[in-house]
Design a protein around this ligand. Structure first.
Ligand code: ADP
Length: 284
């Protein structure tokens, strides 16, 4: 019996020492794994920083090229306009038509470059987010030269949102410009802007009675230079790319509901901001 007990104790002691050894090995493997994970994370961070640096230098490069392209364009525009202004009697109809086409093309290209530069600035500039009143932005926009003759109904009050006021103005301006522009011939455009608060977000809706958009294009139209309405409507094809980039940088979302021929309802969603009272100290 005593022998049996000793044997048992010995076996327990052996198992314990085996377990301790396995435990030590496990700890060593775990430490090794943690070291690998740390190394991997450092590698990923390094690569991400390198990629970000490459992207910023490419963006800077594109920005500089776009900026520099404007100078020769201005020269083309200037000389073709001078030709039309100062030498019109000496030119026949065909020559005048050519000069006009050069002027128009230079103007269009300049608009496109300016829109691209605006898009680039949205990408690279600092974007502090603050409590912003979309109602005040809309009031300014609706009174501006661009929209003063448009029928835009703003359903106030609109809740305050967390946004960058400059970027939000750019976003709303582009959506309003499209809502007013893409309307069938002979129809007076009617635009309605409203807001819906949903939990801690606010959805701003911009609805129009325009030509609408086939759902198969809903994703594509947010890409740079994608246009589906045809040349009857002027434009650069960059407006919605600006909208998407601006909203993305403000941590929001953008989308639309639309069918061909049925008008469009674009929406942007941003975080709701605390309402500010006009005079917080005063009591009635
Ligand atoms: P642009 O307005 O300069 O053409 P955008 O990037 O703003 O470029 O819009 C891309 C395309 O999406 C437009 O060319 C048009 O086909 C379509 N689109 C945008 N907004 C509307 C709208 N409110 N109604 C109908 N089509 C629209």
């Amino acid at each position: 019996m005593r022998l049996q007990n000793e044997e048992l104790e010995q076996r327990v002691a052996n198992r314990t020492s085996e377990l301790t050894q396995v435990n030590a090995e496990l700890q060593a493997v775990q430490q090794e794994l943690e070291a690998h994970a740390r190394e991997l994370e450092q590698k990923v961070n390094r690569r991400t920083a390198e990629l970000q640096a490459t992207i910023s230098s490419l963006e800077q490069f594109c920005y500089t090229i776009a900026h520099d392209l404007r100078a020769p364009l201005r020269t083309m525009h200037g000389f073709s306009s001078a030709l039309l202004d100062d030498f019109a009697p000496a030119l026949n109809d065909v020559a005048r038509g050519y000069a006009r086409r050069i002027t128009d093309a230079a103007t269009r290209m300049d608009e496109q470059i300016r829109a691209l530069l605006a898009y680039g600035r949205l990408n690279s500039s600092e974007m502090p987010l603050v409590s912003t009143d979309p109602g005040a932005l809309l009031e300014q926009l609706v009174k501006s030269e661009e929209f003063k003759n448009a029928r835009i109904n703003v359903r106030t009050p609109l809740p305050r949102v967390i946004a960058n006021p400059i970027a939000l103005r750019q976003v709303i301006e582009n959506l309003l410009a499209n809502a007013v522009k893409f309307v069938a011939k002979g129809i007076v455009s009617q635009v309605c802007v409203s807001a819906k608060a949903q939990g801690d977000t606010v959805r701003l809706l911009i609805e129009d009675n325009g030509i609408g958009i086939d759902p198969k294009y809903h994703e594509r139209i947010f890409h740079v230079f994608e246009r589906v309405a045809g040349s009857a409507y002027p434009g650069t094809g960059i407006g919605l790319a600006i909208v998407q980039k601006g909203i993305e940088r403000m941590g929001g979302r953008v989308g639309l509901e639309s069918e061909s021929g049925q008008g469009s309802r674009f929406w942007i969603e941003l975080r709701k901001a605390e309402e500010v009272t006009d005079n917080p100290g005063s009591k009635p």
